[in-house]
Design a protein around this ligand. Structure first.
Ligand code: NAP
Length: 448
């Protein structure tokens, strides 16, 4: 899509000032493409450099993370926290540990997070953090020492009213526990609301672990319902086999869908009779092994394709749930040729711009990550509510809230797309609805 001529200079300036940060450029471009219709209808949104300010993080912190491995060698990683926008509430967004992490990736994630958090309707701003630390192959002791060192710097910048991190790629319940322990030790405060994704027995929320995957599935189910359809009987591909992928598979199966393939960064497994989720959980959550183990343990009917492309598997619905730009234009063409009817992004920006365009041109229902995967952060906000009131809700109560939030986000995106003359365009709907909420708050707070 072409960018409005008033907005093109803003993108040019973002590219100039953030040289080489290609994922950040991609995320900003996608939002600016949608905003042309907004500034045409309400020119005042372009006043006071509001859009320029939205594209500039409020604060960026980069720090050294030294730690000692099991051989006694001192290792150095780089830590990041980008506090993007706090117009709607304390910065909120996950921490990613992956060797690919750099400033541009954290910035793109923080930018996306700002609009996603706005879509939830909850009082949370946007932020993101992480490190280029590779947890794969590390012992439990190494993970703990790394998390402690990371928090030794991060603790100065976060707090329940300032910035509330959570998990993301490479950061699950274990890592959140070690970081919370170090935060408590350094501050001498039992401030449960400073991190979300905690285990139940020290202030976590039921259904938080499941929330992103369940939420994405609720969103796609709602989208399918607009065409009188649903997951029942559908073949579904879920990429990845981490937190988001596992709980996407769980909800898809509960809705009557058949998960035919899932993956990790080394390859993918196909099981036409339906992936055995208990086995995936055992391999990934308990043993922390590779997905190739699935085919070895399951045997007949399943097979593992090393290094292959999970999107080559014929299916009705695709749920990319691993990482950014994992689904390319070529993959989109294959999926369309194989008859895909809906794509729901559990991961952040997993489809390249080319792929999104092809899906939309082919009339495939397409749910962008910033709307479809917002259930995780929404449930994190529910965890903050429970922490603030020293309360703990049941699983059913929390999941009911999640389901309602996802249905509201769906309707908000669909309604906004319709209002701005692009019915069925969930990308435009999500970008515009998220932007308007952040913009209204920023305008009310003055030029800050
Ligand atoms: P996770 O538990 O660490 O799982 C990540 C999965 O994706 C693993 O199977 C991993 O395989 C695979 N993966 C990671 N990098 C990859 C790469 N470069 N190429 C291919 N596969 C790769 O992380 P997660 O929490 O599920 O997050 C997955 C996605 O959802 C991310 O985009 C994240 O930002 C997004 N998200 C997460 C949450 C949340 O609540 N956790 C909320 C909203 C959005 P390996 O094990 O081989 O690396």
């Amino acid at each position: 899509m072409k960018i409005d001529e008033k907005l093109q200079p803003i993108l040019d300036e973002v590219i100039r000032r953030n040289a080489g940060e290609v994922e950040f450029h991609q995320a900003v471009r996608e939002v600016l493409e949608s905003l042309g219709r907004v500034v045409a209808k309400h020119p005042s949104y372009a006043d006071n450099a509001l859009i320029e300010r939205i594209c500039e993080p409020e604060r960026q912190i980069i720090f050294r993370v030294p730690w000692t491995d099991d051989r006694g060698q001192v290792r150095i990683n780089r830590g990041f926290r980008v506090q993007f926008n706090s117009a709607l509430g304390p910065y909120k967004g996950g921490i990613r540990f992956h060797p690919s992490v750099n400033a541009g990736i954290i910035k793109f994630l923080g930018f996306e997070q700002t609009f996603k958090n706005a879509l939830t309707g909850m009082p949370i701003g946007g932020g993101k953090g992480g490190s280029d630390f590779n947890p794969r192959g590390c012992s439990d002791g190494e993970i703990m020492r790394f998390c402690q060192s990371f928090m030794t710097e991060l603790h100065r910048h976060i707090g329940e009213y300032t910035d509330v991190p959570a998990g993301d790629i490479g950061v699950g319940g274990r890592e959140i526990g070690y970081m919370f322990g170090q935060y408590k030790r350094l501050t001498n405060r039992y401030e449960a609301g400073v991190l979300t994704g905690k285990a139940l027995f020290y202030g976590g929320s039921r259904a938080r672990r499941e929330a992103t995957g369940y939420g994405a599935t609720y969103f796609v189910q709602r989208m399918l319902e607009t065409r009188g359809d649903g997951f029942a009987g559908k073949k579904v591909i879920v990429s990845g086999s981490g937190n988001v992928a596992i709980y996407t598979m769980e909800k898809v199966i509960q809705f009557g869908g058949v998960v035919v393939a899932c993956s990790d960064s080394n390859g993918y497994v196909v099981d036409e009779s339906g992936v055995d989720l208990d086995l995936v959980k055992e391999i990934k959550e308990v043993r922390r092994e590779r997905i190739s183990e699935y085919a070895r343990l399951k045997g007949a009917g399943s097979h593992y394709i090393p290094g292959g492309c999970v999107w080559d598997t014929p299916a009705d619905v695709a749920m990319p749930s691993a990482t950014q730009n994992e689904l390319t234009g070529k993959d989109a063409r294959t999926l369309i040729k194989n008859g895909v009817i809906a794509v729901g992004e559990g991961a952040n920006m997993p489809s390249t711009p080319d792929a999104v365009r092809l899906f939309q041109e082919a009339g495939v229902l397409f749910a962008p990550g910033k709307a479809a995967n917002a259930g995780g952060v929404a449930t994190s906000a529910l965890e903050m509510q429970q922490n603030a009131s020293r309360d703990s809700w049941t699983f059913e109560q929390t999941e009911r809230r999640l389901a309602r939030i996802m249905s509201d986000i769906h309707d908000q995106c669909a309604g906004t797309a319709e209002e701005y003359g692009a019915p069925g365009d969930y990308v435009l709907g999500a970008n515009v609805a998220g932007f308007v909420r952040v913009a209204e708050a920023m305008n009310a707070l003055g030029v800050i």
